[in-house]
Write a protein that binds this ligand. Structure first.
Ligand code: AMP
Length: 199
């Protein structure tokens, strides 16, 4: 399937004119962690929102995060990447590109235009519904689910149920960070759950 895109990186950055080695070195986990911003009481009192936008805005942090996910699951092992609306789209799309995989959105109810299947699940307050196109995944395809934050695991569990219902085989979940004290992994059974940063 054409050129080996994986061989293109690491890319030079502007800083590489001064120090090529430093500029192309990936960041370590603590450098990634330093680019997560805690926003207290958002979107409601008592919640500390983990804001990944500083990480996304830093070219080396963003490319390191994507590269670490691709390295963990390995090229050739994923047919489709399912990104969960909305931050899962941002993280999942470059992961899909580097896998030579297709990208499939899982969206909130009513957003996908064609035939869908849906799954409702409990949130802390109330319910949420996610949907996938019924033809988004071909039966038997190996699917990696991608989101920004794994909290209680309800969202990832619902996405995995959707993928399985349309015939896909979920191989794992990749996320930027995991709130370990909420035990979201426990709801994901045997899936390979890979998070870059644990809290
Ligand atoms: P959960 O279903 O509890 O695992 O929640 C995961 C979803 O809610 C993800 O799509 C996250 O984007 C979002 N989320 C939950 N808690 C947080 C948090 N503390 N900071 C940022 N996003 C969160």
């Amino acid at each position: 399937r054409g050129a080996d895109r994986g061989s293109r990186r690491p890319r030079p950055t502007r800083a590489s004119q001064d120090d090529p080695e430093a500029a192309s070195a990936p960041m370590n986990v603590e450098q990634l962690r330093a680019r997560i911003r805690d926003v207290p009481d958002f979107p409601e009192p008592g919640i500390v929102f983990k804001d990944i936008t500083p990480l996304l805005a830093d070219p080396l942090a963003f490319s390191t995060a994507i590269d670490l996910i691709v390295l963990h699951f390995g090229r050739g092992n994923v047919d489709k990447v399912v990104g969960i609306e909305a931050r899962g789209f941002i993280v999942g799309s470059p992961v899909a590109y580097h896998f030579d995989a297709g990208f499939v959105p899982v969206r909130k109810a009513g957003k996908l235009p064609s035939s869908t299947t849906s799954e409702s699940y409990e949130l802390e307050y109330g319910k949420a519904t996610l949907e996938i196109h019924t033809d988004g995944v071909t039966p038997g395809e190996r699917v990696l689910i991608v989101d920004d934050v794994l909290a209680t695991g309800g969202t990832a569990r619902a996405a995995a149920n959707l993928v399985e219902r349309v015939g896909g085989k979920v191989i794992g979940l990749a996320c930027i960070l995991e709130l370990g004290f909420l035990n979201g992994r426990d709801r994901l059974g045997d899936l390979d759950v890979f998070s870059l940063i644990a809290y």
